[in-house]
Design a protein around this ligand. Structure first.
Ligand code: ADP
Ligand code: MG
Length: 700
């Protein structure tokens, strides 16, 4: 059992110096670490390139030919060894800058070699520096019919003598030293049997030195499963352990909730909203802290679900709060919730960084005294001076990020139990991502839009259609509708971006002149008060066009707006585009989204735009986004180490993930403490390597 814990410096070919480099550069300390640093690709040792067909971008290749010449050039430290290799198609120069003396003795002109290395080109002349040389012996060639692993490396490792070749040799030495008995199983026999997985030893050997494609696939399958299985097992364990965290039992749904439902609710809830509310109610009543993620497409009506959950808290004698990522959005929530609750005798407060002085003081006092029922605001709510009398439920809206730090701050806000937490996402998250990123939370999904919504019509237009787009805007405005025109703004090119917004604004003013038309402008550089003023004018229909940067992206609700024109569409991400489009289609009118872009587009941009034109479904869009960009780039996931898988790919391995989660759940259902003998391998492995699994700090 101990062998895999052995320090790598004891391995042949490693030694203290290389060991230190592996520690530092790749965090490899033990045999186990080394084994789990998987090749990122393989060289097919059965394939040889023809010298005549080499090009400057051929990369790493394997050649087979006769060594024709071998001479040294230069003096002292600049001394190098130059050889020529010839095959039946041509000749290439081979150069070595180190180990010259030794190589001179090893290599023999006239003999046949396999040369392996990376093609270099200097002034149009192709050569191969530092090739790996192996003499061709007929019996050896047969044996060498396999893939050679290539490991992720760093510049430093490469220049300090830990290049691909050495790494491969070290791995080979490792496997020579180890036998199957050194690889204790970490999966129960019944699981291995059920999925026909190779043993742990075989899987690890085969992923480093596969004999063929099938072996490689089998090894990858098992190791991906392992990776996902242990993560899911941990997530499920955490989720089950959470069930032991006590929470305020909200046993009753009382007057406030019922009065709102019967007298104030301006529409019938959708089936999905009702179902989700039931899930939340059940959660809140259990006496266990709720940690629930509420997923729903843009416009699916998450807010009202949040609001009604807060009413349950109030009915049970508690306060509730709602946090939003931007001031504008928080303000809008405050306005609409105050309106919903008018005449209910409830006190709703607003707090953000911009609420100062006397106003702030009075608000904080009322909050602490318990006179406020609901507090709405930005994440300023989490700061220490904000003291609740008895916070029972905290909701964060339009936010993927609600990490450890925020959670910790929140927990300090209520005693003796932490408040119940409901996280509402901005846009849907792909299933695989949700299962991983939020695998420890309970998830509710609103998968139905309120009735009567017309599907937003989305079209793609380029500059030469500009006049027709303007004509269309005029038409819609003539019907009394309002139009958004959105420009991208990213920090790195803020100046340029603001300029193009300014230019666009001026061009629009020419097309839509005063006094017939009024145009609002909102961008991130404006003072909050000016922004609010402009937003307000648009909300009150005093202006017909809102020219804006992405500040309007999140949440803003103007049901009368029916056209969303997005400029430079190619510069937006998919989820951002979907968010933006979600700003229209909120009323009963047919709405439109016009994606403007330049004529020339990268394949990825085309794919994004096509996806937008093809579907309105946020869940489909999220899947496409995941496929296009990979999980690490999906909004809100960047800082989460939990997605740093060694092998698994959430865009492609959804089925393995689903299976791993199901198997993990079944194991825990049968044997929560992993006490049965058949589960000892799992327990042993978790105890040993649990901590190493990335990103667990976020959740535990
Ligand atoms: P999101 O899920 O994007 O946050 P909102 O909560 O802002 O969506 O709701 C979008 C719009 O739909 C709001 O104007 C809201 O009043 C309305 N709405 C929500 N639920 C329903 C419903 N069941 N029937 C009709 N309209 C609804
Ligand atoms: Mg919302």
């Amino acid at each position: 059992m101990k062998t895999l814990d052995t320090d790598i410096s004891y391995l042949k070919g490693v030694g203290p110096k290389r060991a230190e480099m592996l520690n530092k550069e790749l965090s490899i300390f033990t045999y186990h670490d080394l084994l789990h640093q998987f090749p990122h690709r393989y060289i097919d040792k059965t394939q040889f390139h023809k010298i005549a067909q080499l090009r400057e971008d051929s990369g790493e290749v394997q050649l087979r030919g006769v060594l024709r010449r071998l001479t040294t050039a230069g003096e002292g430290r600049k001394k190098r060894l130059v050889g020529r290799l010839r095959d039946d198609s041509g000749m290439i120069e081979l150069v070595w800058f180190s180990g010259v003396h030794w190589l001179e003795k090893q290599l023999e002109v006239g003999k046949e070699y396999v040369a392996y290395g990376r093609i270099n080109s200097f002034r149009g002349k192709i050569s191969m520096p530092h090739p790996e040389m192996e003499e061709v012996k007929p019996e050896k060639l047969k044996k060498a019919s396999s893939f050679a692993p290539v490991y992720p490396s760093t510049e430093k490792l490469n220049t300090k003598g830990l290049d691909a070749r050495t790494r491969r040799r070290i791995m080979a030495a490792l496997f020579e030293k180890l036998s199957p008995a050194d690889f204790p199983e970490n999966l129960p026999a019944y699981i291995i049997k059920k999925f026909r997985f190779p043993s742990r030893y075989d899987a690890l050997r085969q992923i480093h030195f596969p004999k063929n494609e099938q072996e490689l696939q089998a090894a990858r399958n098992r190791l991906k499963f392992e990776e996902l299985f242990f993560l899911q097992l941990r997530l499920l364990q955490i989720r089950r352990r959470r069930d032991a965290i006590k929470g305020f039992p909200f046993e009753q749904v009382g007057d406030t909730f019922m009065r709102f439902y019967n007298e104030k609710l301006p529409f019938e809830l959708t089936g999905a909203q009702k179902r989700v509310l039931k899930e939340i109610r059940r959660d809140l009543g259990r006496g266990v802290q709720m940690n629930r993620l509420l997923q729903g497409d843009v416009g699916s009506g998450k807010t009202i679900v949040g609001l009604m959950s807060m009413l349950i808290a109030i009915d049970n004698g508690f306060q509730a709060c709602l946090m939003a990522p931007t001031e504008i959005l928080a303000q809008q929530h405050y306005n609409s919730i105050s309106e919903y609750l008018e005449g209910m005798g409830l006190q709703v407060g607003f707090l953000s960084g911009s609420v100062k002085g006397k106003k702030r003081k009075a608000l904080l006092q009322a909050l602490e005294a318990g006179e406020l029922h609901i507090l709405i605001g930005t994440h300023a709510l989490l700061e220490p001076p904000v003291i609740f009398k008895n916070l029972g439920l905290a909701i964060t809206d339009e936010q993927h990020r609600f990490g450890v730090a925020q959670r910790a701050k929140l927990w300090k806000k209520s005693k003796p139990f932490p408040p119940h937490v409901l996280v509402m996402t901005a846009t849907p998250i792909p299933r695989t991502l949700a299962m991983t990123l939020y695998g420890d939370l309970d998830v509710s999904v609103i998968d139905e839009l309120p009735p009567g919504r017309k599907e937003i019509k989305t079209v793609h237009k380029t500059e030469n259609n500009r006049m027709r787009v303007i004509g269309f805007m005029r038409q819609e405005i003539a019907k009394g509708r309002q139009v958004y025109v959105v420009y991208p703004l990213i920090e790195e090119s803020e100046k340029l971006d603001l300029q193009s917004l300014q230019d666009g604004y001026e061009a629009l003013q020419r097309e839509f002149p005063l006094p017939d038309y009024q145009i609002s402008v909102v961008h991130g550089r404006m003072k909050p008060a000016d922004k609010d003023f402009e937003m307000q004018r648009f909300l009150e229909r005093k202006t017909q066009i809102m020219v804006a940067t992405t500040v309007i992206e999140v949440g803003v609700n103007v049901p009368n707006a029916s056209v969303m024109v997005i400029e430079n569409t190619e510069r937006f991400g998919l989820s951002q585009l979907h968010q933006l489009r979600g700003r229209v289609g909120r009323g009963a009118e047919q709405s439109y989204c016009i994606l403007m872009s330049s004529f020339k587009l990268s394949n990825e941009s085309k794919e994004r735009i096509n996806t937008m034109v093809r579907t309105n479904n946020g869940f489909d869009i999220a899947e496409a986004d995941l496929r296009l960009r990979g999980p690490g780039n999906i909004e809100g996931t960047q800082q989460s180490g939990i997605l740093n898988f060694r092998l698994a790919d959430l865009a492609r391995d959804g089925r393995i993930l689903q299976t791993a989660r199901e198997v993990a759940a079944r194991v825990l259902d049968d044997d929560p403490g992993l006490e049965r003998e058949q589960h000892h391998p799992i327990r042993w492995y978790l105890e040993k390597h649990g901590r190493q699994l990335k990103g667990w700090s976020r959740i535990s």
